[in-house]
Design a protein around this ligand. Structure first.
Ligand code: NDP
Length: 302
């Protein structure tokens, strides 16, 4: 068997277009332009790139995009004051604080200070609770995008065995909640799980979110399974000369070349789940703007 590659890049581009069109209709009908504020503290180069991408994509979708760049020396009180100001700003519907924050700042306190209805990352405990009990809230972007790709790959999720490798608050746990809501039978594996290969082999849907490069091998995959590889791991280049020069490449948590021989469909890394994260951030900002205005959001999933 040779798996179909699920093209997350193309799906994400389509989602951004749908969000842009829906946001334009919201503005035309109700005079509301969805607004996203991204806050970055310090000079971490990777974070700077993520924040620039988020700002540019938001603006391209015709939405308001504000970036607040704060010095590394910013105090927690100063950051909390900015969050309070953004919470009170009616033109801002989504607030995202880029992680990691400098070590002198308590990240949990900062994330907890964001108005849950503007928490477009979906990390606030109120949104985690809403997801757990099935209330409308804001869902973390990476699991939300992963489920959209699954629904694109499979006509029906109900009754399927889903195994998620990883139990983090931002990927594994919300993914489990979303798949339960889709009527999957869900197993969440982690570093203490026994016989992980056997657990994985029982999966119709296998979600890899462990942050371990190419840990999941081809013979861990049930023939025909749908595999969502959330992992983003930087490893030395496969070319020894380039590796010696310090060149790197990005791989997932799944050994892709082996997995394509077993799976029915799989998200590649790069070009699978990764591009969905920013697209879902825009979708969440649009949803938050609609709810703030008391307007029913349009269906965006595609
Ligand atoms: P965390 O490090 O927070 O969590 C990793 C999870 O994997 C933990 O639950 C851990 O178990 C489990 N785990 C680690 N090693 C093993 C192992 N050998 N066997 C079984 N389980 C294991 O990572 P995140 O959830 O934040 O991210 C996971 C991956 O997804 C990373 O590669 C990250 O870069 C990527 N990512 C990608 C995003 C995207 O946009 N596509 C967004 C967010 C993350 P335990 O709890 O027991 O320690």
């Amino acid at each position: 068997m040779r798996a179909r590659l699920i093209d997350g890049k193309a799906f994400a581009a389509g989602l951004v277009e749908r969000v842009a069109a829906a946001a334009a209709r919201l503005e035309a009908a109700h005079g509301i332009k969805p607004g996203l504020a991204v806050v970055i503290v310090g000079e971490d180069p990777a974070s700077q790139i993520y924040v620039r991408n988020k700002g540019e994509t938001t603006a391209r979708a015709g939405m308001r995009s504000d970036t607040h760049r704060l010095a590394e020396t910013t105090t927690q009180a100063e950051l909390l004051a900015l969050i309070a100001q953004l919470n009170a700003d009616a033109g801002i519907h989504g607030i995202l604080v880029q992680l990691p924050l400098p070590i002198h700042i308590d990240s949990a306190a900062v994330l907890g200070a964001i108005d849950p209805d503007k928490d477009v990352d979906g990390f606030h405990v109120v949104n985690a609770g809403r997801l757990a009990v099935g209330l409308p809230g804001l869902v973390p972007c990476t699991p939300l995008g992963s489920v959209m790709l699954l629904k694109e790959a499979l006509s029906e999720l109900s009754g399927l065995n889903a195994v998620i490798v990883g139990r983090s608050n931002i990927v594994g746990k919300p993914m489990a909640q979303l798949l339960l809501a889709e009527n999957c039978t869900v197993t969440v594996a982690h570093s203490r799980s026994r016989d992980l290969p056997a657990l994985c082999r029982a999966a119709d849907i296998l979600v890899a979110a462990a942050g371990r490069p190419e840990m999941i091998r081809g013979d861990w995959i049930k023939p025909g399974a749908t595999v969502i590889d959330v992992g983003i791991n930087r490893v030395p280049s496969a070319d020894p000369v380039k590796a010696a020069e310090g060149k790197t490449r990005v791989v997932g948590d799944v050994a892709l070349a082996e997995a394509v021989e077993m799976a029915g469909a799989i998200t590649p890394v790069p070009g699978g789940v990764g591009p969905m994260t920013i697209a879902c951030l825009l979708a969440n900002t649009y949803t938050a703007a609609c709810r703030a205005a008391g307007v029913e959001p349009e269906t965006l999933a595609g």
